[in-house]
Design a binder for this molecule. Structure first.
Ligand SMILES: [Zn+2]
Length: 315
């Protein structure tokens, strides 16, 4: 063993120990779930019921926030009590800390533990740019000026495993996702749908789909819809006793480009729906200029959660 190779060996030994201990932990229950959220809050909007029901059955659940949640100027302004045009990098760092703490609190409401939340720490608002960056160039996020992963309430995933952050580039995102799927060995994956109106949500789907293909993933692959087009969800408002509905908006069927009824509908009891509402309310942010923001999130409280299976036909 040469002197130069020693650190590499140590790194792989460390990786092996981490992978082995995680695998051992997950082997206790044959099924395990990973919910990928582009931003800290999407996981409860789409999957609070799935998360609480799985945890109640003793199934392992990991929530993976792909971005730090640091790219929403109106929310940064709300947290900092400033006008939207006055916010700077520190305000976006404060926002990301705020949103990650909210995700940890929400997960606790659903029965999860703090270490069930993994933050990859990629740039909010730039996932689409990263996915489309075929030359793998490093991106600098416009609001924080950061060009490498970070998490505000814990170590970001790459730093926690590799001892240093990952550069904001396409191969880093894919590499972290491939490594996570290899380590966690989920039997069910949940990620935002590829028809979502938010580019980060579509890119999260593309990245997770590509990572799943790369590792030869054979488990269930479900998508959930947050920013459905042309509008979503229906009916609007907190309606814990009503299912999701498809509606026509200006002559167009919503949600767009997705089969209805959805291929998977998971019923929520009234008690579970109320718990979902609490987990969404844990994400309350005074968003400047968007007073309806919170009520839009709460409209996802229904008597069910709905999922699509876009990869099922390609298998
Ligand atoms: Zn989102």
């Amino acid at each position: 063993m040469s002197h130069k190779r020693l650190p590499v060996c140590l790194k792989f030994t460390l990786l092996f120990v981490i992978a082995t201990s995680l695998s051992a932990a997950f082997a206790q229950n044959s099924s395990s779930i990973v919910v990928f959220a582009p931003h800290p809050d999407d996981e409860v909007i789409g999957c609070a019921g799935i998360i609480m029901q799985a945890l109640a059955r003793g199934v392992r659940v990991k929530v993976v926030a792909i971005t730090s949640g640091d790219g929403f100027p109106a929310a940064a302004a709300g947290v900092a009590h400033k006008a939207v045009d006055q916010v700077g990098p520190d305000d976006f760092f404060a926002l990301s800390r705020f949103r990650q703490m909210q995700s940890r609190t929400a997960l606790g409401i659903l029965g999860g533990k703090a270490d069930d939340l993994i933050v990859l720490g990629y740039p909010d608002g730039d996932l689409g740019n990263l996915y489309e960056s075929t030359d793998d160039k490093v991106i600098r996020q416009q609001f924080t000026k950061k060009n490498e992963t970070y998490a505000s309430i814990q170590k970001d995933y790459h730093t926690s495993v590799h001892g240093r952050p990952a550069a904001y580039k396409r191969s880093s995102v894919l590499g972290d996702l491939v490594e996570l799927l290899t380590t966690l060995q989920p039997t069910e994956i949940y990620v935002t749908d590829g028809t979502d109106g938010h580019i980060d949500h579509r890119a999260a789907f593309w990245f997770v789909r590509d990572a799943a293909k790369q590792v030869g993933y054979k488990g269930a692959f479900y998508t959930y819809l947050v920013h459905g087009l042309p509008a979503w969800p229906f009916p609007t408002g907190v309606t814990p006793n009503l299912p999701f509905e498809s509606r026509k908006v200006d002559g167009e069927v919503a949600p767009r480009a997705l089969p209805w009824p959805p291929p998977r509908r998971v019923p929520l009891t009234p008690v579970e729906a109320q718990r979902k509402l609490k987990s969404i309310q844990a994400h309350d942010i005074p968003v400047v200029g968007m007073p309806q923001h919170q009520s839009e999130m709460e409209s996802f409280v229904k008597s069910e959660e709905v999922f699509w299976t876009p990869l099922a036909s390609s298998r």
